[in-house]
Design a protein around this ligand. Sequence first.
Ligand code: AMP
Length: 584
Amino acid sequence: MRFAELVEVYEKIEGTTKRLEMTDYLVEFFRRTPVELLDKVVYMTQGKLYPDFVDVNLGIAEKLAVKAISKAYGISQDEVMKVLREKGDLGLTAEELAKRKTQASLFAKPLDIAEVYDKLDKIARSTGPGSQDLKMKLLSGLLSDASPKEAKYLLRMVTGKLRLGIADMTILDALTISFAGDKGKREAVERAYNLTSDLGDVAKTLANYGIDAIEKYHVKVGRPIRMMLAQRLSTAEEILEKLGGRAACEWKYDGERVQIHKYNDEVTLFTRRLENITSQYPDLLELSKKNIKAKEAIIEGEAVAVNPETGELLPFQLLMHRRRKYGIEEAAEKFPVNLFLFDALYIDGRDLTQAPYIERREALKKSVKESDEFRLAEALITDDPKEVEEFFEKAIAAGCEGLILKSEKGVYQAGARGWLWIKLKRSYQSKMIEPIDAVIVGAFTGRGRRSGVYGALLAAVYNRKRDVFTTICKVGSGFTDEDLEKLPEMLSPYKIEHVHPRVDSQMEADIWFTPALVIEIIGDELTLSPTHTSAYGEVKEGFGIAIRFPRFTGRWRQDKSPEDCTTVEEIVEMYKAQLKRIEE
Ligand code: AMP
C-alpha cells in the first residue's frame, strides 16, 4: 500500500477539528488497509512505531533533520535554515523544498507504507558511533523518493512531532466501527486496549479474528495494563457513603507507582505512563525476584524513598535521583526505596482483573514473601468515619499523602478513573517555619548501616501544667555519621530501664532515658497524630500533635535544660498559626 494514501488521510484529518469526521476518515482507511499493515498504520497515526512500553522512539534532532533535507535536495544547510525560519516547521520546510526540486522526482519511485515504516524503524534503532550519519542518510534517502506532502509528514514523524490531534479513544472508535460493525462493541474493544496498552495489537486481533477474540482478551505478563486511578471526595463520610457504607482504607503512599511483571526469573517494571523503568530500580528488581513467590505475576505497588536505617518514609522528591542514565547504583544506595504493594492483577495463569478487591488482596498476600522493604500497604476495613479519620492522621504522620478508600467488591478498572477507588487527601499544604527544641526521652536500635548505633530518637516537648514531657516525633534524619557515633556515649549516663515517670509516651522505645539532652528539630509541618502525646486532645479529640518529616538541624542545645524545651502551649500556638497561614 502506498504511503501517499496514508498521507492523504492525514491531510484530511489535519483539515478538520471534528472528532466524528476524523473517525470517518480513519474508518474508511482502516477498512482498505491490508491486515498485515494495520498495526503499523495505527502506531504511525499515534506518532510512534511501537506501543509506549517498547523503548524504541523516534525524535531525531532538528540539526540532523536539516542536514538530511540539505542532502536530499542538494542545497546548503543555510538555505534550509532560511526556509525553516520562514515556515517555522520542519515538515512545511521539507514540503516547500521538495516542490522546488521538480525534475529529479522523475526518477523517484513511489514509497510504500511498509518500506517507510522499516526505514523509520532503522532510524529509531540505530545507536552508537556512526549512528547519526546513518540516520541522516536513511532520512535523506526517503526524502529523495517522497512527494512534497509525503516529505512534510516524514519530517514530522521522524522528529516525533506528528501531532495529528487524534486521541487514542478516536482510534478505538474507528477500529470498532471498521471491524465490529458499529459502536455497540466499543466497551469490549476499549477493555482489550486497557489490558494490553497496545492499540496495534488490538487492531490486528480485531481485523484478523473479529470481536469474539477481543472479548476473550486477557492480560499477559510483559504487556503493561493501563492503570486504575482514583476519584476524590473531601470527607470520610461522603466516601463511605459512596462505597456503600464500608470500605477498605489503604495508606496513600507518596512515591512512584510501579507495575511489576514477573515471568520466571525475568522481572520488568512499568510506570504509570507505561514506560519501562526496570533500569532505574535495580534494588526493586532484586526485591521482586527475591520476594515474589508466584512464578508468573503482575502486581502493583508504590515505590517510596526511605531512610534505610530507620525505615522512615521520605518525601517523594527524592525519587528524582533515579531519573538518570548513569550512576543509578549509587543513587539506589544513597536513596533506597521500599515497595508497598496494593494490587494483584494476574497470578500464575489467573487473570484477577475481574475479581473483587478482597480476593485480589488475598491473592497478593499469598503470592509474596513480605519483608521490611517489600510488603503490603497498610490497610483497614471499616464502616466508621471516625476510624477512617484516625487511620488518615496516622498515614499523614507517617509521611503518606492520605488514604485511598476502596470498594471491597470492586474489580480492577483498568485505564479508568472510576468510583471504586476514592482518595482522601488533605485540602491544604502547611509549612513548619521555625525549629523547636526537644528533649530526647528514648531511642530505637538501628538497622542496616546503623546497626550498633541508634536508628532514631524519641523526642519530647515540655508540658508545664502537668510537669511532664510529651512525645512529638521519632527523628532519625539529619544526623551525620559522627553524630550517630557519639550519641550512645552522650546518652549513656541517662539510660534507665523503664520509661521515665515524667515522660508521657504511647510509643514503645527500645531504650529509655531520663530527659536531659536537648536538640533542635525542624520538620515539614505540624500534624495531628494518633500516636504522639503532645497537646493530646487540645486541638482535636483523640489526637496529639506531631512533627511530619522531622530532622535534626545539627544544633545540640546543651545550653538548655529539659524544662527550657519548647512547651506544649507553644506547639499549639504554632499549629494554629500554621492553619491560619493556610486560610490566608
Ligand atoms: P492520584 O495520583 O492523586 O490520582 O492518586 C493515585 C495514585 O496514588 C496511584 O497512581 C498510586 O501511585 C498512588 N498510591 C499510593 N498508595 C496507593 C494505594 N494504597 N492504592 C492505590 N494507589 C496508591
